[in-house]
Design a protein around this ligand. Structure first.
Ligand SMILES: Nc1ncnc2c1ncn2[C@@H]1O[C@H](COP(=O)(O)OP(=O)(O)OP(=O)(O)O)[C@@H](O)[C@H]1O
Ligand SMILES: [Mg+2]
Length: 317
């Protein structure tokens, strides 16, 4: 007779695969009061192996498709962006304000598209396990924050939003991380805060907590209702946008990608607090060089196989 544990396992498999053939062989084994024959087990193993292989092939095909599509879309969009930017700045001759406004809208749409394509490319790399991390042990989080704030100054001035960084003196220990990846995480948190804070203050605060440096981004925006909070870090999830009456121009991938990066770097990312009408605080932690976690991450990343890019063939092998 099939044991309780085996029953649960087989039911899980049947639910996961949702394939008619797999379901029918699993169903045979699970029949009440019937002792499955060795042939039934053999058949189930064959069908499950086949289904497993098929799923892997489909998964690989999906990753390859996203990679190819992203690459092919990125280049023409960069050309469109470059040319529009030249026209807007008057390099190709004088244009009137009406044309400038229209082209500025086109430019924003192209930038949104480029961001989406980059995010899809990141996700396909994360999921294919071919993402490369360059560890650096001297990253000062206050400095990363300050650089970001400086680069956003013109946008924040236009938007009536003030951004503060504390502390400013570089008194905290550095973190061990990948500079580009954590900049991307911080950019996403700050641009999220800006997207939802039409007027008010955004604060980037760094502090030490044991062997970690915790960086928090707080805003005075609309906040996120409790029932939506557990969806935030899921792929394509934009839960707060509708309830806050705000249309997020993003695609709901930033927090998902950030979580993957931060976890790989030995940290954590979370929503510290958020209340409708009172704003939100998102935080992430990163290990200090030499700490137990930092050593584990360094070991882990060193022992990864040499990075192989996804093979661009349309044929599933
Ligand atoms: N500071 C915030 N205030 C209110 N809602 C937020 C805030 N940060 C995130 N959210 C909610 O979480 C969702 C997911 O954020 P995420 O960064 O993953 O995606 P996005 O900003 O919509 O798009 P992307 O980052 O891919 O461009 C947002 O669409 C929004 O609904
Ligand atoms: Mg975002």
């Amino acid at each position: 007779m099939v044991t309780k544990k085996e029953q649960t396992y087989l039911k899980d498999i049947a639910t996961t695969f949702k394939e008619r053939r797999v379901n029918s062989v699993v169903g045979e084994i699970l029949q009440e009061g019937v002792k499955p024959t060795p042939e039934a087990y053999q058949k189930a193993i064959r069908e499950l192996t086949h289904a497993n292989l098929r799923l892997r092939q489909l998964d690989k095909a999906k990753d390859e498709f996203i990679s190819i599509a992203s690459h092919e879309l990125r280049n023409p969009m960069a050309i469109i962006k470059g040319n529009i930017s030249m026209i807007i700045s008057g390099d190709t001759g004088t244009i009137n304000n009406e044309i400038r406004d229209v082209l500025t809208d086109v430019m924003l749409a192209v930038e949104r598209q480029i961001r989406l394509v980059n995010e899809l490319l990141d996700i396909s790399r994360i999921e294919a396990g071919v993402i490369n991390f360059n560890l650096n042990t001297a990253i000062q989080m206050e400095q990363v924050a300050q650089l970001l704030v400086n680069s956003l100054r013109s946008v924040t001035e236009n938007q009536n939003v003030q951004i503060n960084v504390t502390p400013v003196d570089g008194s905290l220990p550095p973190v061990q991380a990948d500079h580009d990846k954590i900049s991307q995480v911080l950019i996403n948190l700050v641009t999220n805060a800006m997207k939802f804070t039409k007027k008010g203050t955004i604060t980037i605060e760094t502090r030490q907590k044991g062997d970690d440096i915790v960086t928090c981004v707080s805003d005075t925006g609309p906040g996120i209702p409790k029932q939506h909070q557990n969806l935030l870090f899921k792929k394509f999830s934009k839960p707060a946008s509708e309830s806050a009456g705000t249309i997020s121009a993003g695609s709901g991938l930033g927090l998902y990608i950030s979580k993957k990066y931060i976890e790989k770097l030995g940290g954590d990312i979370w929503l510290e607090k958020s209340k409708p009408g009172e704003g939100s605080t998102f935080c992430f932690s990163l290990p200090i060089p030499g700490s137990k976690k930092a050593k584990e991450v360094a070991e882990n990343i060193k022992s990864l196989q040499p990075i192989k890019e996804i093979h661009f063939s349309s044929q599933v092998k």
